[in-house]
Ligand binder design. Structure first.
Ligand code: NDP
Length: 254
């Protein structure tokens, strides 16, 4: 690997990385030489994920906390920095989906989507950025979505939350670039994860994905790893406030 893409000597926290996209990004960063801290709420699932990653040679720690709880976030980040050392890379990946027609969308589900997908990016981002600003260096990657600038039936609150994450990414870059931070987003297309379990099981939807996506298929979560490693590396030193779409040309096509 070219040295400018290396993450050797870096410590990366990836929220929501016990499975799915976060797990694939953590694995890719470990492969590029980073020490990784994986996260989720379910201790057992997190422990199993950490064991699996360690078996591949990754230097990995598991840290369970709920990204929607400001107190838990403060405690977890404080523990990381005092016990492990500085966090050089943060991937705000933890997220959720709730599908329902907007006129039937429960208010508490709307609130949960916003707290999990948007407020957490602010809470975890702010907690980690403080140390990064003090050191004059840090990389933050926020996981946005294809839905950051469009919507689909029954996902309006999710789409709104991801639009907010995209603009929060630009805002973080605007405020923190002067302090040596690079803040970028990755907007994934469609990936077969638990978040999309209902769609993965739907034959009609699978047919639509094949027709609608110019590359004719779902993405593989491993295909997000390279984008994340790039944005976290010195190869992307002047890339800031950018949203990188990884979607098989879905967003390029009407
Ligand atoms: P998954 O449901 O497969 O994984 C979600 C991960 O987040 C799990 O590790 C889960 O662990 C964790 N998590 C959820 N809520 C919290 C919380 N409150 N605190 C801490 N961890 C939490 O989802 P994906 O991998 O599909 O999604 C990851 C990100 O990618 C999300 O932001 C999603 O919006 C985004 N995305 C996904 C796309 C796709 O096609 N799959 C497309 C575009 C964007 P636990 O439940 O144990 O907490």
């Amino acid at each position: 690997m070219l040295s400018q893409f290396s993450l050797a000597g870096r410590r990366a926290l990836v929220t929501g990385s016990s499975r799915g996209i976060g797990h694939a990004i953590a694995a890719a960063m470990a492969g590029a030489g980073a020490e990784i801290i994986i996260n989720g709420r379910d201790q057992e699932a997190l422990g199993a994920a950490a064991e699996g990653l360690a078996a591949t040679g990754a230097s990995v720690k598991a840290l369970a906390f709920d990204v929607t709880s400001e107190d838990s976030v403060a405690e977890a980040i404080g523990w990381c920095e005092s016990e492990l050392g500085p966090i050089d890379i943060l991937v705000n990946n933890a997220g959720m989906q709730h599908r329902a027609p907007l006129h039937e969308f429960p208010a508490d589900a709307f609130e949960r989507v916003m707290r999990t997908n948007v407020t957490s990016v602010f809470t975890v981002g702010k907690a980690v950025a403080k140390g990064m600003i003090g050191r004059g260096h840090g990389k933050i990657i926020n996981i946005c979505s294809l839905m950051s600038n469009v919507s689909r039936p029954s996902v309006a609150p999710y789409a709104a939350s991801k639009a907010a994450v995209a603009n929060l990414t630009r805002g973080m870059a605007t405020d923190w670039a002067r302090h040596g931070l690079n803040v970028n987003g990755i907007a994934p297309g469609y990936f077969r994860t638990e978040l999309n379990a209902a769609l993965v099981a739907d034959a009609e939807f699978n047919g639509w994905i094949e027709k609608r996506t110019p590359m004719g298929r779902w993405g593989e979560t491993s295909e997000l790893g390279g984008a994340a490693v790039f944005l976290a590396s010195e190869a992307a030193s002047f890339v800031n406030g950018h949203i990188l779409y990884v979607d098989g040309a879905f967003s390029a096509t009407v």
